[in-house]
Design a protein around this ligand. Structure first.
Ligand SMILES: Nc1ncnc2c1ncn2[C@@H]1O[C@H](COP(=O)(O)OP(=O)(O)OP(=O)(O)O)[C@@H](O)[C@H]1O
Ligand SMILES: Cc1cn([C@H]2C[C@H](O)[C@@H](COP(=O)(O)O)O2)c(=O)[nH]c1=O
Length: 192
């Protein structure tokens, strides 16, 4: 099973992925975590470009779109293990939300695996900006407002759950567990 966490910067993805992993393992399931961008050379180049002032310009966004697509091809083989639950911090759905145009993003990601379940952590943009350190050029209200809008549009094409990420960590975690339980064969009645 391939479960993907999506959301604007600072939505709480990495915190919640850790909590979900622990809970799934306590329930006897094997879990592997992935992160995009990866720690490959391509991923490291992406991380550097994201700090550039021109990261949101049209030309740089096209370059990033191609690099994100190339970087994710490097982890595709890890997604075929049916004995594990693969949880990924982002996927090509991030490219659909952050880069454009949509048709082109879909085309260059046509070999990217479609997730079995997408958890969209939906956070207010103002809170996101407060949580982020502003090191990356994407971490500004105007850009993230558009990304949030794109997410709510593109997510409908997938098997998805929207989680209110404005709540405290424990409430968000419990909402995520309830959303995931039926997919992984865990009874949800004991989740507080
Ligand atoms: N529900 C929450 N309430 C308050 N603070 C939170 C919550 N969830 C996460 N945080 C805090 O917000 C910050 C960002 O969280 P986290 O790194 O988990 O988000 P992320 O979506 O992985 O971020 P990024 O996209 O920037 O990698 C961290 O300091 C974390 O402790
Ligand atoms: C996979 C992917 C990511 N991005 C952006 C989204 C974030 O601003 C950064 C990744 O850093 P984070 O620690 O996960 O916040 O990259 C993107 O624009 N397009 C993508 O495909």
């Amino acid at each position: 099973m391939y479960i993907v966490f999506e959301g604007i910067d600072g939505a709480g993805k990495s915190s919640q992925i850790q909590l979900l992993k622990e809970w799934l393992e306590e329930n006897g399931l094997e879990v592997e975590l992935l992160v995009e961008p990866t720690d490959s050379k391509v991923g490291k180049l992406i991380r550097e470009l994201l700090t550039y002032d021109n990261a949101t310009t049209e030309d740089m966004q096209k370059t990033l779109g191609l690099l994100f697509a190339a970087d994710r091809m490097l982890i595709m083989d890890k997604l075929n293990d049916e004995n594990k639950i693969i949880i990924s911090d982002r996927s090509f759905i991030s490219s659909l939300a952050y880069q454009e145009p949509k048709d082109w993003i879909n085309e260059i990601n046509k070999y990217a695996k479609k997730p079995d379940l997408v958890l969209l952590l939906d956070l207010d943009v103002a809170t996101s900006v407060k949580r982020c350190d502003g090191e990356d050029s994407f971490e500004n209200e105007e850009f993230l407002n558009k990304v949030k809008e794109n997410y709510l549009d593109v997510i409908k094409e997938f098997n998805y759950e929207i989680i209110d990420a404005n709540n405290g960590i424990n409430k968000v975690s419990s909402d995520i567990k309830k959303a995931v339980a039926s997919y992984v064969g865990i009874c949800s009645s004991q989740i507080p």
